[in-house]
Design a protein around this ligand. Structure first.
Ligand SMILES: *[C@@H]1O[C@H](CO)[C@@H](O)[C@H](O)[C@H]1NC(C)=O
Ligand SMILES: *[C@@H]1O[C@H](CO)[C@@H](O)[C@H](O)[C@H]1NC(C)=O
Ligand SMILES: *[C@@H]1O[C@H](CO)[C@@H](O)[C@H](O)[C@H]1NC(C)=O
Ligand SMILES: *[C@@H]1O[C@H](CO)[C@@H](O)[C@H](O)[C@H]1NC(C)=O
Ligand SMILES: *[C@@H]1O[C@H](CO)[C@@H](O)[C@H](O)[C@H]1NC(C)=O
Ligand SMILES: *[C@@H]1O[C@H](CO)[C@@H](O)[C@H](O)[C@H]1NC(C)=O
Ligand SMILES: *[C@@H]1O[C@H](CO)[C@@H](O)[C@H](O)[C@H]1NC(C)=O
Ligand SMILES: *[C@@H]1O[C@H](CO)[C@@H](O)[C@H](O)[C@H]1NC(C)=O
Ligand SMILES: *[C@@H]1O[C@H](CO)[C@@H](O)[C@H](O)[C@H]1NC(C)=O
Ligand SMILES: *[C@@H]1O[C@H](CO)[C@@H](O)[C@H](O)[C@H]1NC(C)=O
Ligand SMILES: *[C@@H]1O[C@H](CO)[C@@H](O)[C@H](O)[C@H]1NC(C)=O
Ligand SMILES: *[C@@H]1O[C@H](CO)[C@@H](O)[C@H](O)[C@H]1NC(C)=O
Length: 777
């Protein structure tokens, strides 16, 4: 319940209009318990993500922690990530009292929990200081109130501040160099260069331009190494690898200091232009908060309206929508590497997480953004040689499995995204992934092949049709490469390239080469296992994945889980498993408590099921019931996961948000559909409540729900689509999204045989196998 969090502060005391959907959002959702979401201030896809940076000796992936001490309030963050922190650069920290050495890491703790609402953040420090934050796309706004004894008031700008990493994986960020110049009018222009972080990036540089609402009484620059101050107040500009910043001091009777800071990746003069174009010396904090809330309402929240839902329903739905659109960051016009006139998006973290549920949702809710994003992926290929699976600080990396941008492009292609997308370049980008092994970037966690981009294990995939243990993550990469090749098939077919289509359809079946029919677990036989160059299978208990990490055969999921991973070829999974009845039992075993004995991540909190709702590989598994005629069980399992492991509390996500991937899984569950990325198929689940979805260009998808209850009586009794009785448990993009449409559900407590004719969902990766008919009950 939202009431377990502090209620959002109503800035300016104004009552919120009913149409202000931002009032239902709690940005603190998912900030604890591993969700790692960013609770600070940002506009949709904004470059600025202004929030607190805390230190408690553990990695603060979004800067925020619910405990520890504040080390600063910085302008750049990621949201919902794991691995290792990135950004937390360009910070300010308020301080009362004389500062003799700013390198002594001034910190403060909280006296009360931070408050956050859309567009506004408040931290109350134990130094009798409050910090209020607001923002626009490229500029941030700080208001410091000092309520303690009259001492000098200071704001410390530390260009050497980054989010540290404590995990010891060699993925900590480094401050490399910087410069700061303080001007007589009290403004500063600065730059900082950093490297590393989760994506192992080389040096990248950010520029800042900051102004205060009053003239500082002094503004010494500081330079130092460790805690040894080598220069303080002796110069107005400095550079080098020493730690670097400036202390802006104000009279001791000052009660409020406001600062506004713009950033750029091009130059400090561009940072000043960005600042002054978005926040002037007349702009108030209240105006900025209003502007940000309005931007979220207009661009994001208003896309889904709930004509007949409770406030509690609205709180979780709009909070999930918020979490889904914080990153990537729209850095169009701010790309320091090339200027092509194409859109540029950074902070994809990562498509491994996002390609399943997030990108198909971006497509239907945000077609303009989505087309820009797809163009940006292709433009990165044009200028750097490969599309990213992940990208931040203008650098591709890291790639956990396949080249999943291929799936995103295929999804866009088959659903008719054209606009300004250059599909011949798009397909060339996909072919590059499928054919050209990327140069090894010598990642110590997986030294066998590239983790930067592309498909590191291509040599085996092409030579053997499977991936040998020469390569790390051999089995999980094989499953993903098969899906990627299916994506090439889809686009090749659409472009009329029949030779390529045939070739990639064949390659998309190569996941089958890892299937060991003799491998058994819990009375089921046939699992995906590692395979040697001589064709022999490696013995592998399907309930264990070793360390389940970069150097292992399976990445972050068990053989059981990856054995359900060939989403384009479910008919073959069913056949290999022993037919529909056995496949059904296998799914039941997957969701049954107690079948997971392993040490793999997070099993106890999920009742030791083989299903792991905290990570993306299992997102589609509940929907596999649809392929054997048990839509009711698919609905029941997915609604169980959604209602048992997702809440609108700070710890309300089952795992890392992963840039909003988790939130988008929940949102599809609420809508009552599951998208099969790279295909036009959507599997029909059960909507939580009536909703109107604005698809853009005047199109609407209107979903109505009659009867039932979202938590206890959510089985479909009947469905009409566009006014006609619907008897299949799936539909295509064309049916309801292409021109808009209506879906009229009647829900009830017990399973019904509402889908009584028509075939079960297609398996386009197995064109030789007709989809099953409804024989299983
Ligand atoms: C702070 O510095 C001012 C000016 O140098 C000095 O007058 C004052 O005594 C100092 N306060 C403390 C507590 O050291
Ligand atoms: C900070 O001070 C301003 C007046 O300068 C006031 O309007 C605002 O409410 C104060 N903020 C907090 C958190 O107390
Ligand atoms: C960073 O700032 C310093 C000091 O103003 C300046 O000398 C240096 O050229 C700047 N670096 C870049 C990359 O612009
Ligand atoms: C530092 O300044 C010197 C000259 O003042 C310049 O040559 C050098 O490139 C600068 N270094 C950095 C890292 O900005
Ligand atoms: C602070 O004190 C100075 C002089 O002591 C005075 O001129 C100024 O108005 C005061 N400022 C505030 C905000 O009270
Ligand atoms: C922003 O301010 C305008 C003008 O006062 C108002 O109509 C609108 O409702 C406000 N938006 C939000 C989200 O508070
Ligand atoms: C509105 O929701 C209630 C409770 O979920 C339900 O009983 C009612 O039928 C719904 N009304 C409409 C018009 O959808
Ligand atoms: C991305 O940024 C560019 C440049 O500011 C802007 O023109 C474009 O509309 C933005 N895209 C979205 C989806 O907001
Ligand atoms: C496997 O089969 C045996 C023999 O039929 C049975 O005793 C056992 O309970 C089964 N185990 C599972 C997990 O279904
Ligand atoms: C479980 O983890 C412990 C400690 O990491 C390890 O010693 C043990 O072998 C693991 N057991 C299994 C079955 O993987
Ligand atoms: C855990 O499993 C037990 C049965 O073994 C079941 O009663 C309980 O509801 C389950 N709880 C969750 C959260 O899955
Ligand atoms: C399902 O039914 C259709 C039409 O009767 C038939 O063409 C198809 O072969 C059947 N599929 C299977 C797997 O039996």
């Amino acid at each position: 319940m939202l009431s377990t969090l502090l209620l959002p502060l109503l800035v300016g005391g104004a009552a919120r209009a009913a149409t202000d959907l931002s009032q239902y959002v709690s940005p603190l959702l998912g900030t604890t318990g591993g969700g790692n979401t960013f609770p600070g201030v940002t506009r949709p896809w904004g470059i600025i993500k202004l929030g607190p940076d805390l230190d408690s000796g553990t990695d603060a992936y979004s800067g925020y922690l619910s405990n520890g001490v504040f080390t600063g309030f910085s302008l750049t963050h990621e949201s919902g990530t794991g691995g290792a922190p990135k950004y937390g650069v360009v910070s300010q920290m308020p301080w009362s009292g004389n500062i003799t050495n700013p390198l002594l890491d001034l910190t403060a703790s909280r006296t009360v929990a931070d408050q956050a609402s859309v567009g506004y953040y408040l931290a109350t420090l134990n130094t009798s200081t409050t910090v209020e934050l607001a923002a626009t796309e490229k500029a941030g706004f700080y208001r410091y109130n000092f309520t303690g004894a009259e001492e000098t008031r200071n704001v410390v700008v530390d260009m050497s501040h980054v989010l540290p990493s404590f995990r010891g994986q060699g993925l900590g960020q480094n401050y490399i160099a910087g410069g700061i110049e303080v001007f007589a009018d009290g403004h500063y222009e600065a730059n900082g260069t950093y490297d590393n972080g989760w994506n192992r990036s080389p040096d990248w540089t950010i520029f800042a331009c900051g102004r205060f609402n009053q003239l500082p009484s002094s503004m010494p620059v500081f330079i130092g190494t460790g805690t040894t101050l080598t220069a303080f107040g002796q110069s107005t500009s400095a550079n080098g690898t020493d730690r670097l910043g400036a202390v802006f001091t104000f009279p001791s009777n000052t009660t409020t200091i406001e600062s506004r800071v713009g950033i750029s990746f091009i130059s400090s003069s561009q940072a000043c232009t960005n600042l002054d174009g978005e926040i002037t010396d007349q702009t108030t904090l209240d105006e900025l908060v209003n502007g940000t809330a309005q931007a979220w309402n207009d661009e994001i929240f208003s896309k889904i309206t709930l004509p007949n839902a409770t406030d509690a329903d609205k709180e979780i739905l709009y909070t999930m929508m918020y979490g889904a659109f914080i990153i990537p960051s729209n850095k169009t016009g701010e790309n320091p590497l090339w200027n092509s006139g194409e859109p540029y998006y950074d902070d994809t973290f990562t498509l491994w997480d996002l390609h399943r549920c997030a990108t198909p949702l971006w497509h239907v809710l945000q077609p303009t953004f989505y087309e820009e994003y797809v163009r940006s992926l292709i433009d990165i290929f044009r200028n750097e040689g490969y599309m990213p699976d992940a990208r931040s600080s203008f650098f591709n990396g890291r790639t956990q499995g396949g080249s999943n941008a291929d799936n995103v492009l295929a999804d866009a292609y088959v659903k008719g995204v054209r606009g300004k997308v250059n599909w011949s370049d798009g397909y060339a980008a996909m072919v590059k992934d499928a054919e050209v092994t990327p140069v090894n970037n010598d990642d110590p966690q997986a030294p066998d092949s590239s983790t930067k981009e592309g498909r590191g294990a291509l040599p085996d995939w092409k030579q053997f049709g499977f991936i040998t243990p020469t390569f790390s993550r051999a089995v999980s990469r094989a499953v993903e490469y098969a899906v990627n090749d299916f994506s090439l098939y889809q686009v090749a077919k659409g472009l009329g390239n029949t030779a390529d289509a045939a070739k990639y359809l064949d390659r998309s079946a190569q996941w089958r080469n890892h299937w060991n029919p003799a491998s058994s677990s819990l009375n089921f036989t046939g699992f995906l296992v590692p395979r040697n160059a001589d064709g022999s299978f490696v013995a592998q208990d399907p309930r264990y994945c070793g360390g389940c990490y970069w150097g292992d055969a399976y990445y972050e999921a068990l053989p059981w889980e990856y054995s359900f991973g060939a989403i384009h070829d479910v008919a073959t999974q069913v056949n290999f498993s022993g037919g529909p009845e056995v496949f059904l039992n296998r799914l039941n075993a997957f969701f049954a408590p107690g079948n997971n004995p392993s040490n793999s991540t997070g099993t106890s909190q999920f009742n030791f099921t083989l299903n792991n709702p905290s990570n993306e590989p299992d997102f589609a598994v509940p929907s596999l019931y649809h392929f054997v005629g048990r839509q009711d069980l698919g609905v029941a399992q997915s609604r169980f996961v959604a209602d048992t492991y997702y809440f609108d509390t700070s710890s309300g996500l089952p795992g890392n948000s992963d840039a909003g991937a988790m939130e988008t899984w929940w949102l599809w569950n609420a809508i009552g559909l599951y998208p099969l990325t790279g295909q036009t198929t959507f599997l029909i689940h059960s909507p939580r409540y009536s909703m109107d979805i604005d698809l853009g260009s005047g199109k609407t998808l209107k979903i109505t729900v009659e009867g039932g209850d979202q938590h206890t009586a959510f089985q479909v009794q009947s469905l009409k689509i566009n006014g006609k009785d619907w008897k299949k448990n799936w539909l295509t993009y064309d049916d309801i999204f292409e021109r808009g449409g209506t879906m009229e559900f009647v829900l009830g407590a017990t399973a019904s045989t509402w889908f009584t004719d028509g075939q079960l969902p297609p398996s386009p990766g197995a064109p030789g196998i007709a989809p099953l008919n409804i024989t299983t009950s």
